[in-house]
Design a protein around this ligand. Structure first.
Ligand code: ZN
Length: 678
């Protein structure tokens, strides 16, 4: 069927017209079935499709019919037909005569919007809903943190927070596109956004530690329930409430909790919190979702779920010992809760599978969480296909979803953590892969997925995308490490602003948070002009990598530019890629300029200094451009009256993006001072 042949729309059954794309929404509603008609049929008795979100689309002659059991199926059928028609228009090829039977394997298909350390513009969220709907994602877990304008506990709301009405409007917009917004409000731990305010200090488990609430303090529940109530008001009609609950640590220590922890154990103490919040969710008509690590940790089986070092035999032994502990408290595990099993590296770690089996055999509902970025990368994201691994990127997402399908687990969440706050666009390849595989877990190979992704997202064909990403990623790694004696700018110990050392995994020692870092001591020295060549020898490895980066630059720049120019859709993706690439290239250029100083300063002082100055100017331009590209979709600074929330997450170090380039700030200052002194 040629593009343009469909003219009218006939509805059969009692339903609201689904939201449609530009092409289908231009059809005129009619009554009679003539040529050029799209017919939408709602047939609740349809038995050939197992899901109300499924549909049958048939294209024959100049007619098309979409049949579904439920309105969501009609919506998705229209999305598919719209995209076939877009291709027919763009590639000037007819839509093939076909019958497509399509339905999702997982019924909860969520992605994660985490706004801990940044906020995007509201229109970005609307556009994201449209984009997710095209790929048939049906939920967004929106981790509000302090970016919801809470009414009942207004102190918690950041000055730039989204109002409850704005979020409710987004929720309704999303629902019309078959997407539920599931609010996530962190509770017992991960609570610095609440407990940083002195007004809540009395609710902290340890007076100096803003991470965790006291689970036995009544006030904890007054505050949390108020936040939940506002989150529920902000997401009218949603089914779930994600209550967080991970990585709590440092509880069972206050005078109120210690006796219980000593007598009944930590597992009992944290289940006490879980029971209360799950009961609240039930009373308020929501199904709670809970990150499941704490009970597993307290039963001693957690390590087996994620660590490569635990063999299958060791995992089985660990579960043999841990299962009686979990079983003895089985009655305390709320039955209405969804236990979100999270592990972002290897789906088939033996302990991970044992955990899923424990839930199933105890009739507790579990879902799986995977990640489009768990590695904390700021620029180009990790995709370990080039190393033959499934621990990060599309392969990892695919393997978790395949596991869920095999185990009859009915939901998945593709997380996208904001700890290092990369631009959201970096997450979309993974989001779309999560959509793809939760409809058809064993469908496309990763290579076929890439081809489909490039075609749908950008309208291009490009074999070898993995190689390009891997080359760009190598440049990001060099940028992370370039100026540090050891490790990189995303290692905790290299944070330059003396991040408060209140990581939940540290022993709870008073005073840790006051530890200051000697920034200058972390960065590499400058060349010693009295001994030319020593510096270059000392840093020869990173200089060699720098030379390679500079050598690859013309070809890679040309490649990204050509992708930008040839894409017919989402050119922003490549605009961002160009800006990230230019920024990361500034590190090798500066290192090579320093090498020049190291070797030729005595011979040609003016030239050497000029190169270093130029490298610094080059950085300033690249940094400015990157911020401008970011600013197209997100706010790049917190308002001046934002209450800082400093902890071990990197993006919590500053109120603007400059935490990303703190090493440059310090190192350039060292260079400028050094040049003045010469
Ligand atoms: Zn306590």
């Amino acid at each position: 069927m040629e593009f343009g042949r469909l003219k009218q729309l006939v509805l059969k059954g009692n339903f609201k017209l689904p939201v449609m794309g530009n092409i289908l929404s231009a059809l005129t509603i009619a009554k009679e079935l003539i040529n050029g008609t799209l017919t939408l049929v709602l047939d609740s008795t349809l038995s050939s499709i197992p899901s109300a979100e499924g549909y049958i689309l048939s294209v024959a002659g100049t007619k098309a019919v979409i049949t579904a059991k439920g309105p969501a199926g009609l919506f998705y059928g229209c999305q598919s037909l719209e995209q076939l028609l877009e291709d027919a228009r763009d590639y000037k090829k007819p839509v093939p005569l076909c019958t497509i039977t399509d339905y999702p394997v997982l019924s909860y298909r969520a992605v994660h919007f985490d706004v801990k350390h940044h906020l995007d513009h509201m229109n970005y969220y609307y556009e994201s809903i449209d984009r997710l709907a095209r790929y048939k994602i049906n939920a967004v877990v929106f981790e509000f943190e302090d970016k919801l304008r809470y009414q009942r506990q207004p102190i918690v709301a950041a000055p730039q927070a989204i109002s409850i009405d704005e979020m409710a409007a987004l929720t309704r917009y999303a629902r019309d596109r078959n997407i539920e917004i599931t609010p996530l409000v962190q509770g017992l731990g991960h609570a610095t956004f609440i407990l940083k305010h002195p007004q809540y200090a009395s609710l902290r488990e340890l007076p100096w530690n803003k991470w965790a609430f006291c689970p036995l303090h009544e006030g904890t529940y007054q505050v949390l329930f108020d936040l939940y109530r506002d989150a529920i008001d902000a997401t009218p009609g949603s089914k779930y409430l994600h209550i967080g609950g991970d990585e709590i640590g440092n509880i069972g220590l206050c005078p109120r909790c210690k006796p219980t922890a000593d007598k009944e154990g930590m597992l009992s103490l944290s289940l006490n919190w879980l029971k209360k919040v799950c009961a609240f969710a039930k009373e308020n008509g929501r199904i709670p979702i809970f990150w499941d690590d704490m009970p597993l940790k307290e039963a001693g089986v957690y390590e087996s779920t994620y660590s490569d070092d635990v063999t299958a035999i060791a995992a089985a032994k660990s579960w043999q010992e841990g299962t009686p502990k979990l079983d003895s408290l089985l009655k305390e595990f709320p039955a209405n809760c969804v236990y979100m099993r999270w592990n972002y590296t290897m789906a088939r770690q033996p302990g991970n599978i044992l955990a899923l089996e424990w839930y199933k055999s105890r009739r507790l509902q579990s879902m799986i969480a995977t990640a489009t970025n768990a590695g904390g990368g700021l620029l180009f994201q990790e995709d370990e296909r080039d190393k033959g691994m499934a621990a990060s990127g599309v392969l990892s997402i695919r393997s978790f979803i395949q596991l869920a399908a095999e185990k009859n687990i009915d939901g998945m969440l593709c997380t996208a953590w904001d700890d290092a706050s990369p631009h959201m666009e970096n997450y979309w390849q993974g989001f779309i892969a999560a959509a793809e595989y939760s409809w058809f877990p064993t469908g496309r190979t990763p290579e076929e997925y890439d081809a489909a992704w490039l075609q749908k997202e950008f309208g291009i064909a490009m074999p070898g995308y993995v190689k390009l990403n891997s080359q760009l990623r190598a440049g990001s790694l060099l940028w992370y490490e370039a100026f540090f004696k050891n490790g990189s700018r995303i290692d905790g110990e290299n944070a330059l602003q003396g991040l408060s050392q209140v990581e939940h995994w540290l022993p709870p020692l008073d005073g840790h948070e006051k530890k200051q870092v000697d920034c200058a001591a972390l960065l590499i020295d400058l060349p010693n002009l009295n001994s030319p060549g020593i510096w270059s020898l000392q840093y020869k490895d990173r200089l060699k990598k720098s030379q390679l980066e500079v050598a690859h630059y013309p070809a890679l720049l040309k490649q990204i530019t050509s992708l930008y120019n040839s894409s017919t859709k989402n050119r922003y993706h490549w605009q961002l890629a160009l800006a990230m690439y230019e920024l990361q290239m500034t590190a090798p250029r500066l290192l090579l300029a320093l090498k020049e100083i190291d070797i030729s300063y005595k011979v040609d002082r003016a030239k050497a200094i000029f190169k270093a100055q130029n490298a610094i100017i080059n950085f300033k331009q690249a940094w400015h451009s990157l911020q401008q590209v970011y600013a197209q979709t997100r706010f790049i600074a917190n308002p001046s009256n934002y209450v800082p929330d400093r902890y071990f997450h990197f993006a919590s170090q500053r109120e603007d993006l400059s935490w990303m380039v703190q090493p440059e700030e310090k190192y350039h200052a060292m260079i400028e001072k050094w040049m003045q002194d010469k």
